[in-house]
Design a protein around this ligand. Sequence first.
Ligand code: GLU
Length: 434
Amino acid sequence: MTAKRITEVLQKKAVGITINPYQMMLQQLDLARVHTSIPDGIWKILRSPERSLEVSIPIIRDDGEIEVFTGYRVQYSSARGPCKGGIRYHPGVTLDEVKALAGWMTWKCAVANVPYGGAKGGVVCDPTRLSEREVERLTRCYTARILPIIGPKQDIPAPDVNTNASIMNWIVDTASQLRGEAVPGIVTGKSIELGGALGRVEATGRGVMFITIGVLQRLGIDLSHATIAVQGFGNAGSVAARLLSKQGGKVVGLSDISGGYYCSEGFDVDDVVRYVKGSPGHLLAGYNASGIEEITNEELFTLDVDVLIPAALEAQITSQNAARVRANVIIEAANGPTTPEADVILAENEIVVVPDILANAGGVVCSYFEWVQNIQCLPWEEEETNQRLGKVMQRALREVLDLSKERNISLRLAAFVLGVERVAQAAILRGVFL
Ligand code: GLU
């Protein structure tokens, strides 16, 4: 796929999203309300982001022209601790999307019980049309513009869609230069040499693996007999696919914005990862192996599999396609992939949905470990990180499963109730600043 074609697909997708993610997040929140006893005033606090910043980002393009991009940083809540959440680079970024993502980060950190509030950042751009040097200039300028509100004790960014360790490294460097002191703890997900945590790159996918194994166990399904389809082959999807197949699961469906493939015998996921690393735009398009057939993204959702893992963007499973989903379990590696309308249809069809704020929390849990290591100037072994990650994810899963059983509510409702009640409790204890 050429860079121009990729942009066309991304823009079409961005335009095609008529569902407002912020409204979606608020709808999910409101549905949880009747299952809590949170007072009205506190509820009003929980429904509004604390701070939304919009910045312009002028950069000099490689051809000498000046181009001005738009960026956002939203701090949804700092009730439980410093705000925390990634930064995404995507042409479809909007303020409402960033608000929604910042809200989901707030509930996610509370479900995982890490001492953070929630935030998110985004820049409206198509990184596939920018050179590496242009991405660096964009990142440095965005950092300078949001610097007044970020910091190890204020708000700690991290990678998200289309951002990675190199981008985090430029943020650390820009912030350290401007502040005149080393601030490695200002972001997580940076390179190991700059204070990154061993295991962070794989942590979201590893968390998805822990949750998938745990949920299948509860349902009495053996992973070695389970078939899996994954939508999205970025950091979360590719690592989840690789680790689950390593544990014995059969990954039979894979897709990304360039299309998808089905393989009844199960993919050699390591081979797919190798191909994507070297392919133009790091996409699946053009992958070839024996026994595979091409499918569309839409077809991937309707595969007859045990586990479906949406690992791309918001609002992928909607009222339009939910009735055709045939998986037994959906594990949300992406943020906000299922709309509330789709949730109703999936519940009617007895499909278990493991919500994003639990399923993909592995990334931020490991970010927390990285931040702790930065504060203590004491790096951990990768094994320690992975073990602790497993414990945190298993505890969060157990708490959500137990609450869901106790109250006879869906896993999404249970996760929201657990997370929102923890945030509300912190808000009550802190009181209102006069
Ligand atoms: N972007 C990831 C998420 O959505 C990780 C955020 C973080 O580590 O702060 O959970």
